[in-house]
Design a protein around this ligand. Structure first.
Ligand SMILES: NC(=O)c1ccc[n+]([C@@H]2O[C@H](COP(=O)([O-])OP(=O)(O)OC[C@H]3O[C@@H](n4cnc5c(N)ncnc54)[C@H](OP(=O)(O)O)[C@@H]3O)[C@@H](O)[C@H]2O)c1
Length: 321
């Protein structure tokens, strides 16, 4: 489309802010940018002032791409409005978890499974932030050596819980986490299910299986909230099908799309360095036979949300699926 696309961003929170920033930074071909939230107001997103409109069905008239970054669940923006947007001709890219495991909805991390976009029904899901960065790093290992088992422990930033998480860390807001977050580490993200896993841990297992097209992959996650503003870190232990050498693993990771990797064993990425950057940072790589261990870090609001969502739209434009 030569004169650009009409884009709606639904939700003016932390992810909405980063979506505006990424659309601008990546020079997305925009004809019009609409910001929609629960109430109309003037708001500043990514340093730009917007007249925010109310997220209601008619607001999607003429929209080509609708990026959803509101709240989840029955009363959430995507459940209420995604089909309204699609019926008006929009392609919806949803940051929430409502549709990720729906077999009719592609769950896409473009570096890993852009092919899954083929034949979509108007709705595409963005993965959970902790899953996205992990599968970017797992994909080259899966391709080169095969995957048998993944054990991951996460160190997740408070901005992963949106504005309320940041308020819990910075202002001591008490109704966000089950225990104080300042000076603490909380090994519960979401709620605990009957099997003892938290919802975040279950997302990491099920979403990784879907994105990597490995329905039987063993994934054992422990997800932990820590008092960092932005940038999730993960310690990942992988058992591969075939044995690998350190050199082969460094080569596979170093040449994979989306990974920022120095290969220097004395260098390691941290959330402070990854915050504000679009890539997935990998370091601390260790290899013994068919065991690969690594550390990865990414900005949960960028690669974990906004960057990945905009990349999905760019992939759709480039292949016109
Ligand atoms: N934070 C992350 O790292 C991250 C990563 C991946 C995915 N996500 C997902 O992205 C979504 C947004 O997260 P966030 O961190 O940006 O949250 P947030 O900072 O709490 O912002 C949520 C925004 O959604 C708006 N909203 C809520 N319900 C709505 C509705 N029914 N219609 C329209 N707008 C509605 C709110 O509008 P008002 O301002 O009008 O109340 C608010 O602006 C969530 O689904 C989250 O799970 C977040």
């Amino acid at each position: 489309m030569s004169d650009g696309y009409t884009v709606a961003v639904v939700g003016a929170g932390l992810v909405g802010d980063r979506l505006v920033a990424e659309l601008r930074r990546r020079d997305f071909p925009l004809r019009e940018l609409r910001i929609l939230a629960r109430s109309a107001r003037r708001s500043v997103l990514a340093g730009e002032e917007f007249e925010v409109g109310v997220a209601e069905p008619e607001a999607f008239e003429g929209v080509d791409f609708a990026f959803f970054a509101g709240t989840e669940g029955e009363k959430g923006a995507a459940v209420q409005l995604a089909q309204e947007a699609i019926s008006r001709g929009a392609i919806v890219i949803d940051n929430g978890s409502d549709f990720r495991l729906d077999p009719d909805v592609p769950l896409v991390v473009p570096e890993v499974n852009a092919d899954a976009l083929k034949g979509h029904n108007g709705l595409i899901a963005n993965a959970n932030c902790s899953t996205t960065q992990m599968v970017v790093a797992l994909a080259p290992l899966a391709r080169e050596f095969g995957l048998k088992k993944v054990v991951v422990s996460t160190y997740q930033a408070v901005s992963g819980s949106g504005r309320s998480g940041v308020e819990a860390l910075e202002n001591g807001r008490e109704d966000v986490y089950p225990k104080p977050i300042a000076g603490n580490a909380i090994p519960l993200i979401g709620s605990i299910g009957a099997d003892g896993y938290s919802t975040e841990e279950t997302k990491m297992r099920e979403e990784s299986r879907k994105i990597l097209s490995l329905p039987d992959l063993e994934v054992f996650a422990t997800t932990v909230r820590i008092p960092v503003h932005t940038g999730h870190a993960e310690s990942v232990y992988v058992e591969t099908e075939r044995e690998a050498t350190l050199e082969e693993v460094l080569e596979a990771l170093g040449s994979a799309p989306g990974i920022v990797f120095s290969g220097d064993k004395d260098d390691f990425p941290t959330p402070l360095e990854a915050a504000g950057e679009p890539g997935t940072y990998v370091g601390r790589v260790r290899v013994e036979g068919n065991v690969v261990q690594f550390w990865c870090v990414a900005d949960n609001l960028l690669k974990g949300a906004a960057t990945n969502a905009v990349q999905i739209a760019e992939s759709l434009i480039s292949v016109r699926v």
